[in-house]
Ligand binder design. Sequence first.
Ligand code: CA
Length: 222
Amino acid sequence: MRILLVEDEKKIASFIEKGLIEQHYSVDVAYDGDRGLYLAEINPYDLIILDIMLPGKDGFAICQELRKQNNDVPILMLTARDDVRDKIYGLDSGADDYLTKPFAFGEFLARVRVLLRRQRASKTTTLKVADLELDQLTHTVTRAGKKIELTSTEYALLEYLMIHAEQVVTRTMISEHVWDQDFDSYSNVINVYVNYVRKKIDAGFPQKLIHSVRGRGYMIKE
Ligand code: CA
């Protein structure tokens, strides 16, 4: 899942970015409002974390502009001010949720998960395909009850495939939602990682779950 963080205070930005990367999210960071809006317009993020007071466009203006463009990406607003008028204005600008700084990181992550789940029909934090299970809280993956160790990128790739189980996931979708802004989408890194995941998930099992869809991409299904 790919997240855009728009936050001008470098220390806070770096703290949030590191925390999100530890949770296997891929993160792009913008330190001013204009860059934030630009990135939000060119990349299909799964979530935007938006500070209100920013150099350039402020968080309210970015939120309003994205909604005007019919961009329905979930938006979590952050502010240093605990002012109920700010909260109302933020939510009326089209934000989905609102958190006052300083916040407990555990609560912040829980809100991130809620907003990411809202896009899906199922609200559970365990994704299942046949006997393969992925727990989004503990980041554990098991097949037939046996634990499978994955690297951060492998986990993010498998999670994305499982969220879109029984649908074709194209290489473009993977490059846009599993990797960050610095990813070179012309490389064959995606094939390489799909093969890593496939080896860990499917090797030794008669039923293969990860399928290549010729000329289109990949699909995970029973
Ligand atoms: Ca700020």
